[in-house]
Design a protein around this ligand. Sequence first.
Ligand code: UDP
Length: 464
Amino acid sequence: MGHLIPVLELGKRLVTHHDIHVTIFVVATDAATTDSLLKSCPATITNLSIVPLPAVDVSGHVEPSDHIVTKLLAMMRHSIPNLRSAISAMPTPPTALVVDIFGTGVFPLADELGMLKYAFDTTTAWFLATAVYGSSAEDAVARHIGSKTPLEVPGCRPVRFDDTLDSYHAIGDRVYRDFQRVGAEFTTADGILVNTWEEMEGKTLDALRDRKAMKDLVRAPVYPVGPLVRPSPPLETTEPNDAVLWLDQQPDRSVIYVSFGSGGTLPLAQLVELAWGLELSGQRFVWVVRPPPVEDDDVSATFFSLGNGSQGGPHHGYLPEGFLSRTRDRGLVVPMWAPQAEILAHPAVSGFLSHCGWNSTLESITNGVPMVAWPLYAEQKLNAALLTDELQVAVRPESDSAGSMVRREEIEKLVRRVMVAEEEEEEGKAIRESGERALSRKLKGSSYSALAQVARELELNHQR
Ligand code: UDP
């Protein structure tokens, strides 16, 4: 969902603000995810269609133990024949193909069909700069990992070893090679769209545009088009939801929302510490809980499970004994999935303990909710570093001396802290307002103008 949501929002903006006709092809991984995307697309938007592509069997091309990134890339590559047929069947040949990070392997199809090709980085400019630079500087990545020293991406904030990308820890593995290929393929696009904005990451965007500093790696124009976030629907149009109904009963600005995204899970021992931390904090909370990975007791391991899991049941046998009854009056535990956009927009919510997925981060920022940054996988540690060290809109827990477990006392402290985070709120307000300005059509904000530029290119190319 973290990839589908910004793609959908980009499509909506291209249609509503720039008069572009958009078709979104979704490669099905599971029916629940495709369904929920289709449901979240308002039927009232004309010129925007969502076309599910059939699931593809990649079992002969990946190992069951391969990383999720490797599997997704394989699915996309093997979807090329389906995509070719679907595009060829369109009444008007489309002008451009936009892919997200998992789709750069489809670029040859755009070349074959004479389409412009754009890459859409659904996360930060810092991630983009790191991935692109890292793909051309394997020695530097090897040193960064081998000697645990920062990766100096030209013109950007250095990437600390502790915050580095997941795939850099897998040097030599297939996922590392796959990721490096994606970094290189990004640079072959005609344009790169990024879900960020000038005021958010100005220095990094400048670095990406500095061809000399980046050694001509990024020749394509970089368009910051964010913050693209799913708007929370007006409450009267949504189905009553238990979590929202519960929030309605709570005082304003009294609840911390705890969630690790569409697939994040915590190992059992860490989950138990989090439960204790929440309980000891004495704060009201809504906690979206996913069961810990099976047979795993290693607190350094974190996992991602595919699908939005909306079918999850209330099985909380792994929570500390008596936790649910002791916190009944001030806490709500929601299994698997909650309507996050609505929750973060609710007046009762004033803190978010988050895995720092970029959508969650943007939803938090645009709702003015300070965060406890608890990154798990992918580029989330980079996001956490940006939020805490640079933007100061989040606080970040310290792990124990082994560096792998966040203890209950630390959680208790930070949960309390974020509920009275005046400094972070002040910083957050400035960033939120800059995001609103960036997107404003009336003010011709930077992100609006960047997307208008892309739209102009499409029009020019279409006329040719
Ligand atoms: N989300 C949600 N309910 C949940 C978990 C996630 O609505 O219980 C949404 C969330 O609002 C966000 C997206 O799923 O828009 C997750 O994207 P993000 O980039 O934060 O993380 P990812 O799931 O990709 O790790």
